[in-house]
Design a protein around this ligand. Sequence first.
Ligand code: ZN
Ligand code: FE
Length: 254
Amino acid sequence: MNIVALPAFSDNYIWMLHDGRQAVVVDPGDAAPVKAGLESHRLQLTTILVTHHHPDHTGGVNALRDEFRVPVLGPQDSRIPSPVQAVADNDTFELLNRRWEVIHVPGHTRDHLAFVCHDETPLLFCGDTLFSAGCGRLFEGTPDQMWRSLSRLKALPPATRVYCAHEYTLSNLRFAAAVEPTNADIASYIQVCTRLRAQGQPTLPSTLGQEAKINPFLRCTEPPVMASARVHGAKDDRPAEVLGALRQWKNQFQ
Ligand code: ZN
Ligand code: FE
């Protein structure tokens, strides 16, 4: 499977998967970069996938649907420009000769879905739920929901490639280092990602194995993370309590 990052706005990635002929895009917030990507790779768009309703993920849906007459698969949510073929937790479908699986991951929004494409290694398109070294803001969900959602993603194989919808990695890593100042994996990954960004390269995809070592929001059961969360308002060591405290701390973190 070929996967292309189409940058959009200031820090979004629209992921385009293709087999050399047909293409699928995930979260087209803008139609222009998708059209340019299809043209430069000489691809035919066959399907649009949407993880959640936010405009930076759906802004290009109508224009692309009208021009290419393709189905849009996404959550049942009236805020997504219709018509959408609603898919839900545990649904499976086939695209580009691969089996795909839907995981409902409420937290950032209540409608949020993640898509897993079963390629040789699984590919995870997680929108704004899981970021490299971070997670989405809790606009509509609770820390409990987000912890459950992240735990389901974390349970996928460690080799799973993680395709997030934003390039937030370096700023997330700065926060991760504040949560765990002695975590050597975070320190060395800052070096790796700093180099990539200096070369104008995405830091994505990450892998779930890598995220398990550096992402504080996946590490809410690690004693150093629990201890830091206590200093920043966590009342006990329940993972959702830890996650909630980290998320609030991160919202104000400079
Ligand atoms: Zn969003
Ligand atoms: Fe977003």
